[in-house]
Ligand binder design. Structure first.
Ligand SMILES: *Cc1c(COP(=O)(O)O)cnc(C)c1O
Length: 219
């Protein structure tokens, strides 16, 4: 199946209100252009340098999402153009994004990443840390960032019940956060292996790479 065929097949399964982020990390410009020709405009990358190179060379109406872990000293390389940063998991990072956004006279959309998986290696906030950020005066003073919602990654397992439980948990955090931040609308959860479950549990944004572009080769 071609990239175009893969995209069509996936889009058929997504309700209109679910946004597809085509995860193009490690993939060459030709592959991205093939998806672009098929109408895809939202792409996700997990390395800031790689995303910068792609932004510089590819059509300017592409929306670039940073889905990976973000180092504070690299935010400056995407402040000018990034459209959504999914992996925000500390106040200090949020403050740096605010600073870089201000330089470019922009408001940068962000998702707070929650830790929902059993694995300890995955990044993200717990409920208490989330509360601490949201309730702080320093947070209220940040004028150049906008929290659009939450992001999370489920445990890498074949156990569907486990995955479903973790997504349902993230949805419950999203629903309670909405009481405090009524404008939030994005719940970024679901990848190639688990996006169907994620959508059943309330996802509004899925991040799909290998099912569109094929397996990644990290040589
Ligand atoms: C790579 C990646 C994806 C896409 O993974 P696939 O299994 O290829 O769909 C989604 N989200 C994040 C955060 C990723 O790093």
């Amino acid at each position: 199946m071609s990239i175009k065929d893969n995209l069509t097949a996936i889009k058929q399964k997504l309700p209109r209100e679910v946004t597809l982020v085509a995860v193009s990390k490690t993939k060459p410009n030709e592959a991205i252009l093939e998806a672009y020709e098929a109408g895809q405009r939202v792409f996700g990358e997990n390395k800031i340098q790689e995303m910068l190179q792609k932004w510089e060379t590819l059509p300017k109406d592409i929306e670039w999402h940073m889905i990976g872990h973000v180092q504070r000293n690299k935010v400056k390389y995407m402040g000018e153009y990034v459209s959504l940063i999914h992996g925000v998991d500390s106040f200090r990072l949020l403050a740096e994004i605010n600073k870089q956004a201000k330089k470019h006279d922009r408001v940068i959309s962000c998702l707070l990443q929650m830790h929902i998986a059993e694995e300890e290696t995955k990044f993200g906030l717990d409920n208490t840390e989330l509360k601490t950020i949201i309730d702080s005066e320093e947070f209220a003073a940040l004028e150049n960032i906008k929290i659009e919602g939450l992001m999370g990654m489920a445990t890498f397992t074949k156990d569907e019940r486990q995955i479903r439980k973790e997504f349902a948990y993230l949805k419950s955090i999203f629903d309670s956060l909405k009481q405090e931040l009524p404008h939030i609308s994005v719940l970024s959860m679901g990848m190639s292996g688990d996006y169907t479950i994620a959508m059943e549990e309330g996802s509004t944004m899925v991040r799909i790479g290998s099912s569109i572009f094929g397996a990644r080769n990290y040589s």
